[in-house]
Write a protein that binds this ligand. Structure first.
Ligand code: ACO
Length: 321
C-alpha cells in the first residue's frame, strides 16, 4: 500500500500587518470593534504593488523545500491553488516552477476552487502519489486577494488578506494522508464570486469580490461539520482522535461554530484569522505552518484540514502529521 505524507511546510506573508485601525485611517467606514466582533480579524497583510501570487508562492515553497530537505528538481509534481493568478494564462504553477529553477519537466498546474483550493490540490496530489504517478509533490496555496477587493464595499474589503503556504508531500509506506473528500454545488455560484471577465481588451463586468455574507456563513458551518464527519468515517476514526482541526480561516465565528457542531473544544482549533484575515486558498497551509512553528502541531498527531469557498466548493483531508 502506498500513501503520501507531509515532509515539509512553509509560508509567507507579505509586508507588515495592516490593522483594522489602519483600514479606518485609509478611509474605510468601519471600526476595529465591528471587524473584531463580527469576524475575529485584527490584522491582515497586503502584497506590494507588482508583487504577484507566484512571488509569495516562491518564498513559501522555498521554506517548505528547505524543511523537506529537497531541491526543486526533486519535485515531480507541482499543484498550485489560487483564484488570483498572475495572468489569465499560463498557470501560476508554471511561473512558480520557473522561479524555483525547476528544469525536470515535472507537471505543473493550477487548481481553482477558491477558498477550498488547497484541500482540492492536496487531495489531487495525494492521488498522484498513491497511484505511483509521482514521488514528491509541491502543493501550494497562494493569493493576492487585495487585487480583487472593492475598497468601497466595507462588507467585503475588511475580510481578506494576501499570503502563501506550501507543503511537500512524499510517497511513503505509512500514512500520511488517511482520507480526503471533495464536494461542489454550483447552484450557489452567485453567493460568492467575482463576476468579471477579460474580453475586448479589458475587464468586462465587475472585477471585485461580491458576497452574500450570511448565506455563506450558514452554508459553511453546515458543510464543514458534514465533510469532517465524512473523512472521519472513511478512516474509521472518532472525533476524539483529532489533535487539531485546521479549517480555512474565513471568520472566527465560523471556526467556533464548526468546532461546536463537531463536539471539539475550541482549544483544538488552529486559528490564525486574527493575524492573517481570510487568505483564501493560502489560509490552510499558512495556519498549518504557524501551528508547527508555534510547537502546537507535532509529528504523529492527527489533523483535519478543511475548507469551503466560492462555487460553492468544499472538502476535507484527514492526516497523520
Ligand atoms: N464595518 C462597519 N459596519 C459594517 C461593515 C464594516 N466593515 N460591513 C457591514 N457593515 C454594516 C452593514 O452596512 C449593516 O448595516 P445596516 O444594518 O445599517 O444596514 C450591518 O453592518 C450588518 O451588515 P451584515 O452584512 O448583515 O453583517 P453581518 O452581521 O452578516 O456580518 C459578515 C457580515 C461578517 C461578512 C458575516 O456575514 C459573515 O461572517 N459571513 C461569513 C462570510 C465570510 O466569512 N466570508 C469570507 C469569504 S467566504 C469563505 O472564505 C468561506
Amino acid at each position: 500500500m502506498r500513501f503520501s505524507r507531509i515532509i515539509g511546510t512553509g509560508s509567507h506573508l507579505p509586508g507588515v500587518p495592516i490593522t483594522n485601525d489602519d483600514l479606518v485611517a485609509r478611509g474605510i467606514e468601519t471600526s476595529d470593534e465591528w471587524i473584531r466582533t463580527r469576524t475575529g480579524i485584527a490584522a491582515r497583510h497586503f502584497a506590494a504593488e507588482g508583487e504577484m501570487a507566484s512571488d509569495l508562492a516562491l518564498i513559501a515553497a522555498r521554506h517548505a523545500l528547505e524543511r523537506a530537505d529537497c531541491r526543486p528538481d526533486d519535485i515531480d509534481l507541482l499543484v498550485l491553488a489560487t483564484s488570483t493568478p498572475d495572468y489569465v494564462f499560463p498557470s501560476t504553477a508554471t511561473l512558480l516552477q520557473a522561479k524555483l529553477g525547476m528544469t525536470n519537466r515535472a507537471p505543473a498546474f493550477d487548481v481553482q476552487a477558491v477558498c477550498s483550493g488547497f484541500v482540492y490540490a492536496l487531495a489531487l496530489a495525494d492521488k498522484f502519489l498513491r497511484l505511483g504517478e509521482a514521488r514528491r509533490a509541491l502543493v501550494v496555496g497562494a493569493e493576492v486577494f487585495s487585487r480583487i477587493l472593492d475598497w468601497n464595499d466595507r462588507s467585503t474589503c475588511v475580510l481578506f488578506g494576501d499570503g502563501a503556504g506550501a507543503i511537500v508531500l512524499e510517497a511513503d509506506e505509512l500514512p500520511g494522508i488517511l482520507a480526503t473528500r471533495l464536494h461542489a454545488d454550483g447552484r450557489h455560484h452567485a453567493e460568492l464570486w467575482v463576476p468579471g471577465q477579460v474580453g475586448a481588451g479589458k475587464v468586462q463586468g465587475d472585477p471585485f469580490v461580491r458576497m452574500e455574507g450570511q448565506a455563506v456563513f450558514k452554508f459553511a458551518v453546515q458543510v464543514l461539520a458534514e465533510v469532517a464527519h465524512e473523512v472521519l468515517d472513511l478512516a474509521k476514526l472518532p472525533v476524539e482522535s483529532l489533535d487539531w482541526l485546521i479549517p480555512h480561516q474565513a471568520n472566527v465565528r465560523i471556526l467556533q461554530a464548526t468546532a461546536k457542531r463537531l463536539g471539539l473544544p475550541p482549544e483544538r482549533v488552529i486559528s490564525t484569522v486574527d493575524r492573517h484575515g481570510n487568505t483564501s486558498a493560502a489560509s490552510i497551509p499558512l495556519a498549518l505552518d504557524v501551528g508547527i512553528a508555534e510547537g502546537k502541531v507535532r509529528p504523529g498527531q492527527t489533523l483535519l484540514l478543511e475548507g469551503i469557498g466560492g462555487g460553492f466548493t468544499w472538502g476535507a483531508a484527514l492526516l497523520r502529521y
